[in-house]
Design a protein around this ligand. Structure first.
Ligand code: ZN
Length: 118
């Protein structure tokens, strides 16, 4: 069997890709002061269940517009902690982007927000 040769350039490139893919998590954890071992809370329903940091506006885009301003998709305004269930609801658009932006805005303002999900 032929060995696949991995070049240094490829190693560096994948390390950078990995870092870019994780950048939003670092931004979110730093902003809300969440330790590496702590699981963030879902900003919509308050659950810990599989909560991960998600982009409200997809990271396939570099930036998004909100209130006539342009933000990077890794801007804290665009990052939300969502549990597995709410993440699925966001993908099926039952939790619209507007709804998620509102829930996240409440969190950023330090205001309580808890929405019941089925
Ligand atoms: Zn949730």
């Amino acid at each position: 069997m032929r060995k696949t040769k991995v070049t240094l350039t490829q190693i560096i490139k994948s390390a950078i890709d990995e870092q870019m893919a994780q950048k939003h998590i670092t931004v979110y954890r730093n902003y809300f002061n969440i330790g590496d071992q702590d699981v963030p809370l879902c900003e919509v329903c308050g659950s810990h269940n599989g909560t991960e940091i998600r982009h409200i506006h997809s990271r396939r885009h570099v930036s998004f517009k909100h209130n006539d301003k342009t933000y990077s998709t890794n801007d804290i305004k665009n990052l939300i902690g969502l549990c597995r269930k709410c993440h699925i609801l966001a993908h099926s658009n039952e939790h619209s982007k507007e709804f998620l932006m509102f829930a996240h805005k409440q969190k950023m303002a330090g205001l309580p927000f808890q929405h019941r999900t089925r």
